[in-house]
Design a protein around this ligand. Structure first.
Ligand code: NAD
Ligand code: UDP
Length: 316
C-alpha cells in the first residue's frame, strides 16, 4: 500500500483521482481549501480508514504527518471565471507557491511528484496540433496570464527541482477535460452548456462559436495521470494528455441540444480577451511512453456527463 498525497482533492479531477487511488488499495491524504472544490465530491470516501481529508491552502507549507511516496499536485482553480479577476493574484500564488511547497515536500520525503500542468502553457498556439516541443504564445500581461504564466512558472520550478535537487518529477499538460463531479456552477463550457440545456435556458456561445477545443472524458484522463506516475524512472515529460478529437464550440452546443431537446437556442456573447482560437493535442508521446490513448469519445462522454448533471440539478 502506498501513501499518496493529492492536492486539489475535492475538485473535479482530484476527487475522481482520489476515488481511483483508494479503489486500487492506496492510502490517500487529500488536501484542499475548497475554493472551487466540494466536500460532496469526496463524501463517499470520508468513512474509509485509508482516506484522510485535510482542509489546507497550498500557498502555505504542508506537513502530512506521515511519510508520503507520491504527490499529485492538482490544487489550482481551472475555470477562467474562478481564476481571473479578484482571484488572479491568488491563482498565481497557488500555482507558484503551491508548487514550491509540494516540491519541498517531495524532496524531504523522496516522493515522486506529478504536476497537473495545462494546454494553456501554449497560449494562443501558432503550431497545430500542439506538440510538447512547442514553446507557446502566451500574453504575459493578459487576463489569463495569472493561470498560464503561473503554470509555466510551476513547470520551470519542477524542472529546476529535478536538475538541482534530484526530485523525481512527472509533468502532464492536460487539455480540456470534462465529466462527472464537475460543479454545475464551474463556468467552463461543457458544464455551462449542459446545465443551461437541462434548465431549458439558452446556450451561451462566446464569440461566434468557431473556436475549437479537444474534449477528454475524465476517466481517460485519470488513467493517463496514473500511467504517468508509474512511468519509467527518469521520464519527466512534459506529456500532452487529452483527446485529439477537435470540435468547434458551436458543434459542441449542437451535440448538447440534440441530447437535451428542451427548446433552448444558441445565444452569442462577447468573446473573452485572449481566448485561444484553436486547440488540439498531439498525443504521440503519451501513446509511445505511456501506452495511453483516450477510449471514450465525445458522444459517449456527453451522454454520461448529461446523466450526471441531470442528477445534480434534480437534487439541488
Ligand atoms: P477544480 O477547480 O474542480 O479543482 C481544483 C481544486 O483545487 C479545487 O478543489 C480547489 O478548491 C483547489 N484549490 C485551488 N486553490 C487552492 C489552494 N490555494 N489550496 C488548496 N486547494 C486549492 O478544477 P479541475 O478541473 O479539477 O483541475 C484540477 C487541476 O488540473 C488544476 O491544477 C488544473 O489547472 C488542471 N487542469 C485541468 C484541466 C481540465 O480541463 N479539467 C485542464 C488543464 C489543467
Ligand atoms: N465558452 C462558451 N460558452 C460558455 C463557456 C465557455 O462559448 O458558456 C467558450 C470559451 O470562450 C472558450 C471555450 O468555450 O472558447 C472553452 O472554454 P472553457 O472555459 O471551458 O475552457 P478554456 O477556455 O480554458 O479552454
Amino acid at each position: 500500500m502506498k501513501t499518496i498525497l493529492v492536492t486539489g482533492g475535492t475538485g473535479f479531477l482530484g476527487s475522481n483521482l482520489c476515488e481511483r487511488l483508494i479503489c486500487e488499495g492506496n492510502a490517500v491524504v487529500c488536501v484542499d481549501n475548497n475554493y472551487t472544490g466540494r466536500v460532496k465530491n469526496i463524501e463517499s470516501l470520508l468513512g474509509n480508514p485509508n482516506f484522510r481529508f485535510v482542509e489546507h491552502d497550498v500557498i502555505e507549507p504542508f506537513d502530512p504527518g506521515c511519510r508520503v511516496e507520491q504527490i499529485y499536485n492538482l490544487a489550482c482553480p481551472a475555470s477562467p471565471p474562478f481564476y481571473q479577476g479578484k482571484a488572479s493574484v491568488m491563482t498565481t500564488k497557488t500555482c507558484v507557491l503551491g508548487a514550491l511547497n509540494m516540491l519541498e515536500l517531495a524532496r524531504e520525503h523522496g516522493a515522486t511528484i506529478l504536476q497537473a500542468s495545462t494546454s494553456e502553457v501554449y497560449g494562443e498556439p501558432r503550431v497545430h496540433p500542439q506538440v510538447e516541443t512547442y514553446r507557446g504564445n502566451v500574453n504575459p500581461i493578459g487576463i489569463r496570464a495569472c493561470y498560464d504564466e503561473g503554470k509555466r512558472c510551476a513547470e520551470s520550478l519542477f524542472f529546476d527541482y529535478h536538475r538541482q535537487e534530484g526530485v523525481d518529477i512527472k509533468v502532464i499538460r492536460i487539455f480540456n477535460t470534462y465529466g462527472p463531479r464537475m460543479n454545475p456552477a464551474d463556468g467552463r463550457v461543457v458544464s455551462n452548456l449542459i446545465c443551461q440545456a437541462l434548465r431549458g435556458e439558452d446556450l451561451t456561445l462566446y464569440g461566434d462559436g468557431s473556436q475549437t477545443r479537444s474534449f477528454c472524458y475524465v476517466d481517460d484522463l485519470i488513467e493517463a495521470m496514473m500511467r504517468m506516475m508509474a512511468s519509467r524512472q527518469g521520464f519527466t515529460g512534459p506529456v500532452n494528455t487529452g483527446n485529439p478529437g477537435e470540435f468547434t464550440i458551436r458543434e459542441l452546443a449542437e451535440k448538447v441540444l440534440a441530447r437535451v431537446p428542451h427548446g433552448s437556442k444558441l445565444v452569442y456573447r462577447e468573446l473573452p480577451l485572449d481566448d485561444p482560437t484553436q486547440r488540439r493535442p498531439d498525443i504521440s508521446l503519451a501513446q509511445r511512453e505511456l501506452g495511453w490513448s483516450p477510449r471514450i469519445q465525445l458522444d459517449e462522454g456527453l451522454d454520461r456527463t448529461i446523466a450526471y448533471f441531470r442528477g445534480e440539478i434534480a437534487s439541488a
